[in-house]
Write a protein that binds this ligand. Structure first.
Ligand SMILES: Nc1ncnc2c1ncn2[C@@H]1O[C@H](COP(=O)(O)OP(=O)(O)OP(=O)(O)O)[C@@H](O)[C@H]1O
Ligand SMILES: [Mg+2]
Length: 105
């Protein structure tokens, strides 16, 4: 299993979440975050905004579904401009489902 951690524009939340659900990936954790990428934020009206608001979506999926999930996120979150976000993928050892007490996703 892998954890897909996608940092996207906040205004893309609904598009991404609906598309993921439609493809069978309903379970997710979302956290509002602030961060900066290569451009180190934004300069506007004489102010430096070096940490821009983004949305972090975390989804744990089977290895074979990682590419599908990333493709959906990229298609729905992309504007083609800098700041569209990043996706980080990390290995997940074990998942416990608390209600059943089982090691299952
Ligand atoms: N190397 C990184 N490590 C951790 N978080 C990152 C990293 N790069 C980007 N982020 C996070 O992703 C968010 C969006 O980054 P952003 O889309 O600007 O990436 P980028 O690498 O600068 O690409 P682009 O050139 O398209 O802007 C940042 O606000 C930050 O929260
Ligand atoms: Mg950037």
């Amino acid at each position: 299993m892998k954890m897909v951690k996608a940092i996207i524009r906040r205004e893309k939340e609904n598009d991404v979440m609906f598309a993921l659900e439609a493809a069978g990936f309903a379970a997710a954790t979302k956290i509002p975050v602030h961060g900066r990428g290569k451009q180190k934020g934004l300069v506007a009206e004489g102010m430096v905004y070096d940490e821009l608001p983004k949305l972090l979506i975390m989804i744990v999926v089977r290895d074979e579904d990682v590419e599908k999930v990333c493709d959906i996120i990229m298609e729905k979150a992309r504007t083609g401009k800098p700041g569209d976000g990043k996706i980080f993928i990390a290995p997940v050892d074990t998942v416990y489902t608390v209600s059943s007490g089982k090691k299952e996703l």
